[in-house]
Design a protein around this ligand. Structure first.
Ligand SMILES: Nc1ncnc2c1ncn2[C@@H]1O[C@H](COP(=O)(O)OP(=O)(O)O)[C@@H](O)[C@H]1O
Ligand SMILES: Cc1cn([C@H]2C[C@H](O)[C@@H](COP(=O)(O)OP(=O)(O)O)O2)c(=O)[nH]c1=O
Length: 209
């Protein structure tokens, strides 16, 4: 069996930056690495980007936003394909799988949208648990500085409010999922990388030897 690691955190926390660095770290040590993300680049992920992430203004009758329940189901459908077609086969082949977001994102974000946490946990029960989930934690103010320019100014305050709730949710999830470990994402890219490597060595590699 391979090694399954997930990076989580609010938008702009540094997940994709750190996922790439961690993939390189493993490759240098001779591991075969699959670097992946959610929402995926498959037809399901594309549907999510069109219906959810654009505010659902295209492709929906009357231009209404899709319900939060439908949103959660779409993320779960995308994840089911991800798990069955990519993650499980890669782990069986002994590879290191690093995913930028996984079901913890559904718990943190869709819970912040008002859905019931137990319902979300049950919906995602099919998703195999990773050995390690790195939660890149930082204040919303800092993450917004990093992604400023990615979003319209008029959306800024609304986004910041949701991100605050999402950050709090992630910190609550750490109490429920022992595989989740917090890393201070305010530090430099290099320091954050070193903290992640230390966790990988302590939580995974030392236990496999
Ligand atoms: N530790 C860091 N300190 C300062 N800027 C960072 C740090 N890590 C990432 N960034 C920058 O912040 C932005 C968001 O990073 P990114 O990795 O895309 O975050 P995410 O994938 O979590 O949305 C990018 O412009 C990136 O270069
Ligand atoms: C995987 C997942 C993502 N999301 C959200 C988190 C992000 O705001 C968005 C992903 O958008 P994307 O642009 O792919 O990533 P990012 O903004 O992190 O660079 O989807 C959920 O609400 N639920 C989920 O289950």
């Amino acid at each position: 069996m391979g090694i399954f690691i997930v990076l989580e955190g609010i938008d702009g926390a540094g997940k994709s930056t750190q996922a790439k660095l961690l993939a390189k770290w493993f490759e240098k040590r001779g591991y075969e690495v699959v670097l992946t993300k959610e929402p995926t680049d498959t037809a399901f992920g594309k549907l999510i980007r069109r219906l959810v992430l654009t505010g659902g203004r295209e492709g929906i009758i009357d231009g209404a936003k899709i319900s939060h329940e439908a949103e959660a189901l779409l993320f779960a459908a995308d994840r089911a394909e991800h798990v069955k077609k990519l993650i499980e086969p890669s782990l069986k082949a002994g590879k290191v799988v690093i995913s930028d977001r996984y079901f913890y994102s559904s718990l943190a974000y869709q819970w912040a949208r008002g859905l019931d946490l137990e319902w979300l946990i049950n919906l995602n029960k099919f998703a195999i648990r990773p050995e390690l989930v790195i939660l890149l934690d930082l204040p919303v103010k800092e993450s917004m500085k990093r992604i400023n320019g990615r979003k319209l100014k008029s959306e800024f305050d609304k986004i910041a409010e949701l991100q605050k709730k999402v950050r709090e949710n992630y910190l609550k999830l750490v109490e429920m999922f022992p595989e989740m470990k917090i890393v201070n994402a305010l530090a430099s890219i290099e320091d954050v990388h070193n903290d992640i490597v230390a966790l990988v060595e302590h939580e995974i590699l030392s236990k496999k030897e």
